[in-house]
Design a protein around this ligand. Sequence first.
Ligand SMILES: Nc1ncnc2c1ncn2[C@@H]1O[C@H](COP(=O)(O)OP(=O)(O)O)[C@@H](O)[C@H]1O
Ligand SMILES: [Mg+2]
Length: 261
Amino acid sequence: MTAKVKIKIEDVTKVFANNAGEHQQALASVDLAVYDNEFICLLGASGCGKTTLLNLMAGFESVSSGTIFIDDKPVLKPHPQYQTIFQNYGLFPWRTVEENVEYGLEVKGVSLEERRAKAAGYIEMVGLEKFRNSHPHQLSGGMQQRVAIARALAVEPEVLFMDEPFGALDALTRFRMQDEITRIWQENKQTIVFVTHDIDEAVFLADRIVIMSPYPGRIKTILPVPMGRPRDRTDYDFIKIRDRIFNEFELTVKKELDYYI
Ligand SMILES: Nc1ncnc2c1ncn2[C@@H]1O[C@H](COP(=O)(O)OP(=O)(O)O)[C@@H](O)[C@H]1O
Ligand SMILES: [Mg+2]
């Protein structure tokens, strides 16, 4: 069985002009196929073009050359079936949790009764039933990000783009959110493109890790993570894959011991 390609990126470059009129190449000849239902992580240091590549896929930016297709159609602008979740949550502060989650359905013209019912299901999925009438400022960062996830899921998107969504959370909350997004993905089977600079997070979440390098941003290696879920961070296979990535980034320290054997 061959998996269906959901997103196809063909020879994409992106050049930005800064205020001084100088050109900066953010991406150079990027080729990538993301499969239907795949959980893919874009991993790399700050400035290697992860956000740029995600924004191009999501239709927020346009390519300088090359093409990006989703379902064989070129991406020209954002599409409601492809939802994006950002690090700063992007919630409407004047709306309650429930009203935030309903937002996408409202835009689609879904009736109040139907969107209330649908929103309730997704609020329950992220465990916020008790907070449905709260406003974002009354919630912790982790809870706000769960609202953002519920809001994105409520429109039943085929693709979820996530740009360092857990980057602002404390380590323990981040672990919980990683468990939660894994479970949600296993239940709903969307295609997820998830940007992170956290090696551990990428190994925990991804089917494949796209390792990027900077100046100009490009894909260095694509690493499959052939492990079942839920994953155990202390597992031998987990550590082996993490070590490989440390090597890719040349982060490994030559141990003194090596010189004696
Ligand atoms: N709007 C922009 N205008 C000019 N340069 C930009 C813009 N967005 C990103 N860049 C540049 O493109 C490169 C890649 O940025 P970005 O995609 O944000 O990287 P990452 O998300 O991996 O940190 C960086 O050198 C950045 O300065
Ligand atoms: Mg970024």
